[in-house]
Design a protein around this ligand. Sequence first.
Ligand code: AMP
Ligand code: MN
Ligand code: MN
Ligand code: MN
Length: 291
Amino acid sequence: MSARIPTHLTNADLHSHSNVSDGTLSPEDLAARAHAQGVELWALTDHDEIGGQRRARDAALALGLGYLTGTEISVSFAGETVHIVGLGFDADDAALQAGLAATRGGRLARAHAMADSLARAGVGGAFEGALRYVGNPDLISRTHFARFLVETGVCNDTYEVFRRFLTEGKPGYVPHQWARLGDAVRWITQAGGVAVIAHPARYKFSPSAEYALFSEFVTHGGRGVEVMTGSHSEPERLRYAETADEFDLLASRGSDFHSPTESRTDLGALPDLPGRLRPVWEALEHRIQRP
Ligand code: AMP
Ligand code: MN
Ligand code: MN
Ligand code: MN
């Protein structure tokens, strides 16, 4: 990576999770897996948290990978939870750190309410059960509950958990107010980074609400969209390549890898971006940390 100029053919994976949020691998083991998978440019993007950034960067550079700082911020927009990935920011930025801490803040009370809801549906002990999977006490997430429901045999895998539990209208779902879109975009951009709409096909928006998301995102200073993600089907990749054209957005590529046994898309295992789109990592060339 060190001598190479990044292009749209760079094996960039700019969306992944460690056990500092809801992944199962440490930042170091994730870096090693990214390296083994042929990733050349990597970003760890833990949910609402940048506590693993230094470890991830040190491990990446030791292995010869290029590194961009990363996070994935939970946002409430038009009644849905939207995820905004931040890339290439200064991890020491105080406003970004305070914003992320405030966003994480409600997770513990929400987890207790989720456990109460699961108990009413006949699944007891879920708070203590989920906690056994938590690597960072500040970041208890639905994924940790999902692992407990699999462990206890209530569901066969985490995909079944999210079909039967933890999503709107199902036991264990607790509505939550996350960060505002404009705040999340500003925390990232004012720290020198680029804000990217994560996995847009995952949101259950009407066409007009989706249009509002993209146009407000751009108005706030957002510049990128994930086109190649483990969360998108092939038609969805084509569709959001067109959205990148329409809103003149930089395109990103990331697996959203969480775990060797749970994730369908491994680190770096995605098609290249279409050549006509501008990769987000070209605009962040000056922020890439190199071995
Ligand atoms: P939270 O931030 O606590 O709401 O948890 C969100 C996390 O749960 C996401 O980042 C995914 O890792 C996981 N998740 C959410 N929905 C699903 C789904 N339908 N299938 C699999 N994992 C999901
Ligand atoms: Mn996750
Ligand atoms: Mn996400
Ligand atoms: Mn993610």
